[in-house]
Write a protein that binds this ligand. Structure first.
Ligand SMILES: [Zn+2]
Length: 86
């Protein structure tokens, strides 16, 4: 419980550049991709794997390797929200 009425506080604007950590883990999220070469599904649990220095709102390159040694490359973007709570 805070001593300020949260209806009197607001967040204005849009986050455009918070730098996250060298190793930014995102527990609860899993990246899944189907290998275009062999058709197998790959998964990366972001509680164990990490993004390196992602910047909020900007594309980060990410690569996943399949058991058949095929590598797929794609981009991900981290979005952050800041919310006032009571
Ligand atoms: Zn494969």
């Amino acid at each position: 419980m805070s001593d300020t009425d949260s209806s009197l506080v607001s967040v204005v604007g849009e986050c455009r550049g918070a730098d996250l950590d060298k190793r930014t883990y995102l527990p609860g999220l899993v990246l899944r991709a189907k290998c275009p070469k062999c058709g197998d599904w790959m998964e990366r649990d972001m509680a164990d794997d990490y993004l390196s220095y992602p910047v909020v709102g900007e594309r980060s390159a990410y690569a996943m390797c399949c058991d058949c040694d095929h590598e797929i490359n794609f981009g991900v973007i981290v979005h952050l929200t800041l919310e006032v709570v009571p």
